[in-house]
Design a protein around this ligand. Sequence first.
Ligand code: HDE
Length: 701
Amino acid sequence: MAHGDAKHEQLDGVRADPTGTELTTQQGVRVDHTDDSLQAGERGPTLLEDFHFREKLTHFDHERIPERVVHARGAGAYGHFRPYDDWLRDHTAAKFLTDPEVSTPVFVRFSTVAGSRGSADTVRDVRGFATKFYTEQGNYDLVGNNMPVFFIQDGIKFPDVVHAVKPEPHNEIPQAASAHDTFWDFVSLQPETMHMVMWLMSDRALPRSYRMMEGFGVHTFRLVNAEGKGTFVKFHWKPVLGSHSLVWDECQKIAGADADFNRRDLWEAIEAGQFPEWELGVQLVDESDEFAFDFDLLDPTKLIPEEQVPVRPVGKMVLDRNPDNFFAETEQVAFHTANVVPGIDFTNDPLLQARNFSYLDTQLIRLGGPNFAQIPVNRPVAEVSTNQRDGHHQQQIHRGRTSYTPNSLGGGCPAIAGSDVFRHYQTRVDGETVRRRSASFTDHHSQATLFWNSMADFEKDHIVEAFRFELGKVEHQHVRERVLHELVHVDRDLAEAVAQGLGMRAPEGGTENHGRSSPALSLAKSPGSVATRKVAVLVADGVDATEVEQVKRDLSARGAVPEVLGATHDGRARGADGSEVDIEVAARTAMSVVYDAVIVPGGAGSARTLAADGHAVHFVAEAYKHHKPVAASDEGLEVLRKAGITEQVAAPVEGDGLVAERGVVLAAGTGGALPGQFLEEFAAALGSHRVWDRDTASIPA
Ligand code: HDE
């Protein structure tokens, strides 16, 4: 039976709404004055007996809880997951993955890793992608990232890598950045990080949107079927909108223009009914093939190339509801890798084993005690009955006199469960007590090379630029040198390009590139869509109102989000024909970096004003520099000319005509109505996300 709303029905019981209520204390005593404290005389001292004042301040003083030690900054949403069919039943007893009749409620939290709660969204970082499935068999948490591998192989190194990347301890600088000495010092001394470092230096670390990034369970987990047979599994989330990234210059500017860029994007899409979707996929490996790979399946610094083991679709997740209260839900949600349900189990991946300890432990300090599973967002929809009692913030009133098993005084309840129970996968463990890394974990470079080889040229350029930027911020020469010593084992061209940008020389030696690649690792061919893409339409008085209307109607019909930007004055621009155009965004408050594309419609007066306005010209030039589609018609072309863009387009516009070249769409002689082809070409460019085949080096923005 579908139970997609079960979580919300449960939450409705605790949702509180102040509408129509009157102010009280926490004790329900009604209050008619909360602006002045009780004083002995108008200018006298405040009195201790003012219980309302003391309660208000005391509660305020205790409003904060410790932020997450990693993944402190995040954004969350509710939704549901439903499998397409039951094919996975051969491999797992987990009903939520195998019964297409069952829609399972979920809560997902996306996050950055290194920054504090208040840090910017668009930093270079790994993104967390944690999903809590409220299944009928209990809560299952898939606590993944947007990269399929990790920095380290053994969880005992986690405090080291986190201390290295976090702000340096003496001055707490820099915030939410890996571009500093301690991170690169650690990385260069710990070569197992190299594969993940390649991902971190790639465009994957700069997602355009949480809605446009993949998710990965990272570890090899184990599915277990009803007969107790195990199958190795890697989990993948594939976004329906495709995987797309920002460019680094843009990210740095967005961090100032809209520090909440990714958070806002998720929120607004859901509010607008443009519900983000992902397909859950699995790579399955038969247990008999455990040693069939040239890496160890238990090594979390390795991925299984999709060309070798295809990702098979299981079902779809849709996020369709924003939280009501950030703290209550997004901040208090508590994920734990050990929250598994029958049909899903662990492997001996030493990183996973450490996580299975850490997540429960961290919630105890972060949420202040052992009853955090009773916090509404964390409560299962499955029935809960334990003999656990008391503790801080106990919310339940357990009746009866027994809280032990076995008992006879309580009728033997809760009774030992008779069916659908979790049974740990049976596996033989036989070994000596050793503190030693397995020999099968020693290859640290070949998958870093695989990743490099799989990149399109523009992605390689971005990786080189990222290394140059990051190492350019490193003060210690010997640290930079050591990183180059690692890079020559990944690829000589990469090492030399990075070295050249640093004014250094790549060291001799290194490892010869094996030449293998995995095309699935590149973002170049990710499916595109114009849905939810934000398009800036620049206008001023004298704009061709019909064209603005056309652009708005056409793009909205395609699911994009056009916004008209202009001066604020009275909230409207006057069209050339005397009609009025609504201004939706005050141009002065906006930067091109928060848009996916820009259009400058025709109209002599409008174009003249915009071409003389440095902000507007910079807006267009910057969008072009960030490889975004840029379009103009008739007089609007003047603004692109001022921005130096029309010079870049080989085919000049002479007389009437349409030019669409490398994401620049120009129309002349429209007579006030845009040709259908203009909007077609623009939408095609917008759907492809960015136009990489563009030389933007000379554009000053
Ligand atoms: Fe985490 N990680 N982690 N991690 N992690 C936490 O748990 C930890 C790792 C991930 O939105 C903490 O509740 C250890 C890999 C996400 O609330 C903490 C190790 C992956 C989130 C913790 C890892 C992740 C966390 C901090 C190495 C991808 C945010 C607060 C053994 C597969 C969840 C908290 C959310 C959060 C420990 C490595 C993903 C301290 C010890 C690998 C998405 O328990």
